[in-house]
Design a protein around this ligand. Structure first.
Ligand SMILES: [Zn+2]
Length: 389
């Protein structure tokens, strides 16, 4: 088992300037480093190196996504607007909360291209699976605009590349970032060849986005699943989501490639969410996705890094994921695990009800070989396929 590792120092040079939490600084808000700064990601990469794990991975260089790569998902107008604003030295991806600097257009191309490099590594047999520790993140970026610290939708660009260049018949994207993968949902809303499945904190971000019953457009019904979980959900709830939603949904869809939008902000000490996961939760999820990939698509699995805003917890969650992917266990013991494990990790009844509601959507997922939309007629979301925000 070998794991490709995609990382580029330039990812850390994406300049988001100053801010304060999710807000711009100003008025009575004293400036500090923007919350989507390099710290958490750099410390993740540093722990992979310091633990000795890096030496057992397959380093794969990122490349810049081409204009064609980006425009498989995004409008030309969006791409050109980002390029033009970056050339002025300062811009915003689209929501006045996603600032960027002069190099950020090139770095955003390098982030999308980093995930593409992971896809190539897996299809070319350079490695069995891949983790692309890219920045900026991508899953909030819709075809027309950036949003939520995201400029281009890295995982969506990689999915379209896999489909159109590498010949992948069906791609499944599992998004375990704690926020809804709204941009990815938008990108594939009409596309029955890509299953998008987002597990997120109910109502967290973007506001009003990611409800149950958003199953995809006519002709793509059942290829978008949202799993909104109550705040306070931890290991037990996510374990149940994998058993009741992720595994049965992917078995129905039978992807030729699995991509993961790997946000680590569901951790129990994240400042931008209220979930309870710890490093062993991410190890569990990564192990189960890897097993699914081995069962369904010859192990082809590529993870694209998304959010995660605790600079101290993110490195240990990330290390656990890469250990699971590579099958290598380092001597590192997560010093934050005992505290977070004590938060109450069992599956509470109100969480079990939320998981059951999401599980009821699984029968809408088309069964591979039965044609687009197969099985959607009896799904609980039939007739309620309106998109969210
Ligand atoms: Zn997030």
């Amino acid at each position: 088992m070998s794991t490709a590792w995609i990382w580029d120092e330039k990812y850390m040079w994406h300049d988001t300037g100053t801010g304060a939490g999710p807000l711009p600084a100003g008025g009575w808000i004293e400036p500090m480093e923007h919350i989507e700064g390099p710290s958490a990601k750099r410390r993740f990469a540093n722990l992979v190196a310091a633990s000795g794990l890096l030496a057992q991975l397959v380093p794969v260089p990122a490349r810049r996504a081409t204009e064609t790569d980006i425009e498989r998902v995004h409008t030309r107008a969006h791409r050109e607007r980002i390029a033009a604003d970056a050339a002025t030295g300062r811009g915003d991806a689209g929501d006045d909360s996603s600032p960027f600097g002069r190099e950020s257009y090139d770095i955003a191309l390098l982030a999308a291209g980093g995930v593409i490099a992971g896809v190539d590594a897996v299809f070319d047999g350079v490695a069995d699976n891949a983790y692309a520790l890219v920045r900026p993140p991508g899953h909030h970026a819709s075809p027309e605009t950036g949003w939520g610290f995201c400029i281009f939708n890295n995982v969506a660009v990689a999915a379209r590349y896999a489909r159109e260049v590498r010949g992948a018949e069906r791609v499944a994207i599992v998004d375990w970032d704690v926020h809804h993968g709204n941009g990815t949902q938008d990108a594939f809303w009409n596309d029955p060849s890509v299953l998008t499945l987002s597990i997120h904190q109910d109502g967290a971000y973007p506001p009003g986005s990611g409800a149950l019953g958003e199953l995809g457009a006519s002709g793509a019904e059942g290829t978008n699943l949202n799993v909104p979980l109550p705040p306070g959900s931890g290991h037990g709830a996510y374990d149940a989501v994998f058993t009741e939603v992720v595994e049965p949904a992917l078995r129905r869809f039978a992807p030729s490639l699995i991509l993961v939008a790997s946000g680590l902000d569901g951790n129990g000490m994240d400042p931008l969410a209220r979930q309870m996961l710890h490093s062993e939760s991410f190890r569990m999820m990564a192990g189960r996705i890897k097993a699914l990939a081995e069962e369904l698509c010859d192990g082809r699995l590529v993870m694209a890094h998304e959010g995660g805003y605790s600079p101290f917890v993110v490195p240990f969650c990330g290390l656990a994921i890469v250990e699971a992917l590579s099958g290598v266990r380092t001597p590192v013991v997560d010093p934050f695990l005992p505290a977070i494990e004590g938060y109450g990790q069992e599956l509470w009844p109100h969480q079990a009800e939320a998981v059951a509601r999401a599980a009821a959507q699984v029968e809408a997922v088309p069964v591979a070989g039965s044609g687009p939309g197969a099985g959607s007629g009896s799904g609980p979301g039939s007739g309620s396929t309106l998109r969210g925000s």
